[in-house]
Design a protein around this ligand. Sequence first.
Ligand SMILES: [Zn+2]
Length: 342
Amino acid sequence: MPPTPLRKIDCHVHLIGDGSSGSGCWLQLRSIAHRLMAQILVRTAGLPPSALREGLDAQLEQSLVERVRDSSLDAVVLLAQDQPYRSDGTPLPEKGAFFVPNNHLLDVCARHPDLFIPAVSIHPARRDAMDELERCLAAGVGILKLLPNCLNVDYSDPRYQPFWERMAASRMLLLSHTGGELSLPVINPKLADPRLLRYPLDCGVTVIAAHCAGRSGLWDADYTAILLEMFEKWPRLYGDNSALCSPLRCHTLPAILPEPVRHRIIHGSDFPIAVGGFGPWRMGLIDRKTWRQSRREANMLERDIFLKRAIGFDDSHLTRMAELLAEAASPTPQSNLSTVTS
Ligand SMILES: [Zn+2]
């Protein structure tokens, strides 16, 4: 029998909500800039601006279902978003921009199990962090998402070691934001540094560095070269190319296209962050005709795939997440466990 083809997966799609369905989600739009940003996100998701006032939970879920079905993807990894916490476990909800509880994520994914793969979010400083991790593992979840500079997660905190060890033992993947963040309020910019990922990596966790640690704003530090050096030391470290077709993040693209780095890159969009061909065209990665062609694709998930293919990412990028998930589910030990350093 021929082997089952690997699924094409977008590894980085955000769920957002306003709590209108009883989901527990919230959005805090304190400044004009954040309100503007929320309007752009909602428009990118294919929704009218009124969705921010009327039933965002249900409308976004429906829109996501339609967009994944209308795309050439088989599934997307859908992300929860925890609140920020102090390292002593005190929640800091006032510092968060949006919150998507794991229960809501799991409910949405359970309604569309063929389309959505859940990535829960658990701040390791939470007093119930280990219990919540066990609960999510028991529910069959294989991916955890964190945004360290905005949630205040310092991966080097030794108190988190049992958390990483439990993730490694259960082969749960860590999808971690790396590099600057322009769209959301940042609590501690130093936590954008991918070198901090060596703590979960040393515990044996397979890590995907979202955005490949590039710059988000003009003045951010650019950590991509450091991340690429880290690839040599940690074979279980990957990067995703999410949001890299946006005008500010496209500078990261030339660094991650050459061999052998490209084999460590996983396709991700960062939906509902808007993507377009302007940045890649300005960088000389696509021609003007391709840029124009990309604008005719209204489905942002598909537009991102179109642009990534035109830039030079082949279909192995679309199936790499499926490969990692299949490896995590296989009974044979992962190769990284033999290379764990102290
Ligand atoms: Zn994201």
